[in-house]
Design a binder for this molecule. Structure first.
Ligand SMILES: C[S@@+](CC[C@H](N)C(=O)[O-])C[C@H]1O[C@@H](n2cnc3c(N)ncnc32)[C@H](O)[C@@H]1O
Length: 201
């Protein structure tokens, strides 16, 4: 089910801001995979958090590969257009909304500004194929997706994520998801009580 909303799981986004962005800022290119992104509020929220905490020049090097199995076949267009109805943007903090959304000709719809839209691509992708969309990601975010999989599938997908990260790359899940015991030695938890990890060799 593609339930999602802007700035969902704010505590995790705060962890990304405080513990991951300082390290990402030092990298030449910043490649991020948002796996199971639904129709875009999540990758757009991440892009806005990054932009808020990075200079304009560094942010130009950010690329967010957002992917989803997308049973509706609609997410690609929605994400590309970055156009969302008023009720979906109503709870975004006002300062963020003012900076990163603009009014449109369509009544009661707002569009994500070009600078943010430019860094996000969408691709239909089934995580259970266990084929990554590319390698050498600096950060992989997979929130509220793995809970739909069997334990064995979850372990295989997490191993694929590990293999798709650069050395020292980061992996983030939702607060309520736990890393299965079988893959715990592959990651270092960078914050206690949060599902924010760094790849171990
Ligand atoms: C509850 S939504 C979570 C969206 C977003 N990550 C969030 O936390 O707001 C779960 C998403 O996982 C996607 N999904 C389910 N199975 C998948 C699979 N095998 N491969 C890729 N995406 C999948 C669904 O299409 C849906 O958009």
């Amino acid at each position: 089910m593609a339930f999602t909303y802007f700035f969902r799981d704010m505590q995790t986004l705060d962890m990304i801001r405080d513990h991951i962005i300082p390290s990402l800022r030092a990298r030449r290119y910043i490649n991020i995979w948002d796996a199971g992104c639904a129709m875009g509020p999540e990758p757009y929220s991440i892009a806005m958090i990054l932009r808020e905490n990075m200079g304009k020049m560094i942010f130009r090097n950010v690329k967010i590969y957002s992917t989803d199995i997308d049973g509706s076949n609609l997410f690609g267009e929605i994400i590309k257009n970055g156009l969302y109805p008023k009720n979906q943007v109503a709870r975004i903090p006002k300062d963020i909304f003012t900076k990163y959304f603009e009014p449109t000709d369509k009544p009661d719809h707002f569009r994500v500004v070009t600078e943010i839209r430019k860094c996000i691509t969408f691709q239909k992708h089934d995580l259970l194929t266990l084929r990554p969309v590319r390698k050498n990601f600096d950060l992989i975010i997979c929130k509220n997706v793995l809970l739909h999989f069997q334990l064995e599938q979850r372990i295989k997908v997490i191993k694929m994520f590990h293999d798709s990260l650069v050395d020292g790359g980061f992996f983030v899940m939702e607060q309520t998801q736990k890393l299965p015991g079988q893959v715990q030695t592959m990651f270092d938890p960078i914050v206690s009580n949060a599902q924010v990890f760094q790849k171990l060799e």
